[in-house]
Every structure is written in C-alpha cells, then in structure tokens.
Design a protein around this ligand. Structure first.
Ligand code: NAD
Length: 356
C-alpha cells in the first residue's frame, strides 16, 4: 500500500538518495522538508522534482509552527528524520548550529509528531497504529575503538568526541525518551561513514576525488591511519527504507559496510582510480600530511549483524565497486559539483538564475 513519507533533510547527501530511491523504486509519496542550508542542494533531487508523488517544502525543523503545519497538511505514515548539521570540522569551528538543529530541531520534530500521532489515535486509529518515526544517526555517537579489535554494537555505551557526535548523541537520547515516556513508535539507526554520488565536496572522499582530478594537493589529517568503516550511500538508503517499513518499533539498528579502511588507504585508492580513468599521472604524489583534527577518533567499526539477521539487508556494493562508481560519477557530473563550487546551486534557489 502506498504510504506518505515525510523526509527531513531530503536535499542533503543521504536524504536525497532516500528520496530518489523512494520515488524511483517504490510507489510511495514523499514530502521533502529541508531548510536548504549550504549542504542542501535541490540539484540532487532534480530527477524526481516533476514527479506527482513528490513535494518539496522549504522549512526549518526548529520552526514549531511549520512542523505542525507539515504534519497537519501532509498526514505522513512514516517520518524519516535526516536533517542535521553533519560536518565534524564545522562543529569544531562553531558548535551552535549543531546544538540548534540536531538537538532543538529533533525535539521540535518529536513534539510535532507526538501531537499529530495522538490526534490520529482518535481520528484514524489504524493509521496511528502504523505510524513510525525513524531517526537517522551516526556510529560516531559511540566514540572510538582502542586498537584494531572490536566492533560497535547496538548496546555499546555512548561516548561522543566532537560537538557533532555529541549533538547527535543528544538527539538519539531524545528519540528514545519520547518512546519510553510517550510511547511514540520510534526507530533509531546508527550508520558508519557514507560515500557516493552527490556528496558535498568538503567531505574526505569527494574532496580527494576533485582535488586529484584538478591536480591539487590532497590534505591528509595526521598520519592518515584513522580507520573508518565505509558504506555506499545507496546501500544506506535501502537499509533505511527497510528499517522504516519493516523494523521493530523501539529498536535500534546499526548499519555498516564491512569496509574498514585507513584514511590513507582510501586516498591511495582514489589516486589510483583517477590515474586509471583520466590518464597517466601519479596522483599519490599530491598527498600532503597536515596537522590532525583535535579529538580525532582513531577507529570506528560497526557490527551490522542485527539488521542483516532480522531484516535481511546486506550492502550490494563492495568498497572497490562503490568507489569506482563514485569516481566515475564525479567525472560524468562536472556540472553538479561545479555549481556547488561556484555557489550557483544556492543562487538558483534564490531565483537568481531562473533555471528552476
Ligand atoms: P548533509 O549535511 O549532506 O545534509 C543535511 C541536510 O539537512 C541538508 O539538505 C540541509 O539543508 C538540511 N538541514 C540542515 N539543517 C536543517 C534544519 N534546521 N531544518 C531543515 N533542514 C535542515 O548530511 P548527510 O550526510 O546527508 O547526513 C544526513 C543524516 O545522516 C544526518 O542526520 C547525519 O547525522 C546522518 N549520518 C550521516 C553519515 C555520513 O557519512 N554522511 C553517516 C551516518 C549518519
């Protein structure tokens, strides 16, 4: 049966992949609520913009009235909350927006959802019974792992290191509190690092791809031995839709790619792929080690056994195949990232170019 999904942050990297997957691969309706911060880019959902099942609403999740209105007007069956400030370096330079959007914004959305759900229980009990609030979070809430052994599980205690991960930890706690205190039918997922098409070029993988393409320096923090688990964004989008539609209410699911890589190894692989796809030149020579980020976590690794066992989800891409697709996408979609780099993706939104 066709449902209405209210997606927050659907113009961002992961949210746009969820929106494209829902519109492209299912018959569900999507209401995309996004403030369009610097990270929100409507170009990323251009392919679905004309679809009758898709609606875009520009709004801030911290805006109580706008959130109440969105629930009242669109009457969602499922909420997938992805809107967040998401870049660790920016959270170190200025934590305030992270506290506001990630913590305050999540509480506003939870309250709007609770009011709507409680009213539904009176007016449409069956719809209330099926309602779900899915909160999308990160494995960074667990802090880091000491040494090469061990994995984060759903019961690993929280120990966040950065203002970003602390604000996401706060939002996870709020969601669980709304479950325990008010009975709101919530689900939480914590995922490892994503990579893939439409990734904003301030993050490690797209930054390295674009700098390598342009023959610029490739800055690597510290010794480059920080280990991250990487998941292709479209695999994450499929996992999220599975959890939102089939997951057990009240549960947490960890999502990961079984792809633990040191940052330096990731950069080496990108250099080799760009060399192979664009002609002979040793991009590895462009690597430059720079001062490490304060509080930089050494290793994250995730045990995704629960979602695999309970919901039958598995990533379809290996790191090698996913990274190859990603590099190829950036080569073929220069227009997308050039409009990000020159800022025109935002100017257009303000009606300055008149393309949309
Ligand atoms: P992103 O920064 O690419 O996108 C965030 C989106 O949220 C943008 O479109 C932005 O405009 C919107 N937004 C920001 N503040 C808002 C507000 N106040 N109101 C409405 N919209 C607002 O982030 P992403 O990488 O797509 O991450 C999405 C979610 O997934 C986040 O909650 C993040 O914590 C989580 N996550 C990300 C990763 C990753 O590797 N990127 C991994 C695990 C979990």
């Amino acid at each position: 049966m066709s449902k209405t999904f209210l997606i927050t942050g659907g113009a961002g990297f992961i949210g746009s992949a969820v929106v494209r997957e829902l519109i492209g691969q299912t018959g569900h309706r999507v209401v995309n609520i996004d403030k369009l911060t610097y990270a929100g880019n409507l170009d990323s959902v251009d392919s679905v913009a004309g679809n009758a099942r898709y609606t875009f609403v520009q709004a801030d999740v911290c805006d109580v009235r706008a959130m109440q209105r969105a629930f009242g007007e669109h009457r969602p069956d499922v909420v997938m909350h992805l809107a967040a400030e998401s870049h660790v370096d920016r959270s170190i330079d200025g934590p305030a927006d992270f506290i506001q959007t990630n913590i305050v914004g999540t509480s506003v959305l939870l309250e709007a959802a609770r009011g709507y759900w409680q009213a539904l229980k009176e007016s449409a009990p069956q719809k209330a019974e099926g309602f779900r609030f899915h909160h999308i979070s990160t494995d960074e809430v667990y802090g880091d792992l000491d040494g090469p052994e061990g994995l984060f599980t759903e019961v690993t205690p929280y120990d966040p290191s950065s203002p970003y991960s602390a604000s996401k930890a706060g939002s996870d706690h709020l969601v669980r509190a709304w479950r325990r205190t008010f009975g709101l039918p919530t689900l939480v997922t914590n995922c490892s690092n994503n990579y893939g098409p439409y990734h904003f070029p301030e993050k490690l993988i797209p930054l390295m791809i674009l700098n390598a393409l342009e023959g610029k320096e490739l800055p690597v923090y510290g010794d480059g031995q920080q280990v991250r688990d990487w998941l292709f964004v479209e695999d994450h989008a499929r996992a999220l839709i599975k959890v939102a539609t089939e997951g057990r209410v009240g549960e947490t699911y960890n999502i990961g790619g079984h792809n633990e890589k040191a940052n330096l190894e990731v950069v080496h692989t990108i250099c080799d792929l760009v060399d192979e796809m664009t002609g002979p030149m040793s991009r590895r020579d462009l690597i430059k080690f720079v001062a490490d980020r304060p509080g930089h976590d050494r290793r994250y690794a995730i045990d995704a056994g629960k979602i695999e066992r309970e919901l039958g989800w598995r990533p379809q891409e290996s790191f090698g195949s996913g990274l190859r697709k990603t590099v190829a996408w950036y080569l073929e979609n220069r227009d997308w990232w050039q409009r990000v780099r020159d800022g025109s993706y935002r100017g257009e939104r303000l009606g300055l170019t008149g393309r949309r």
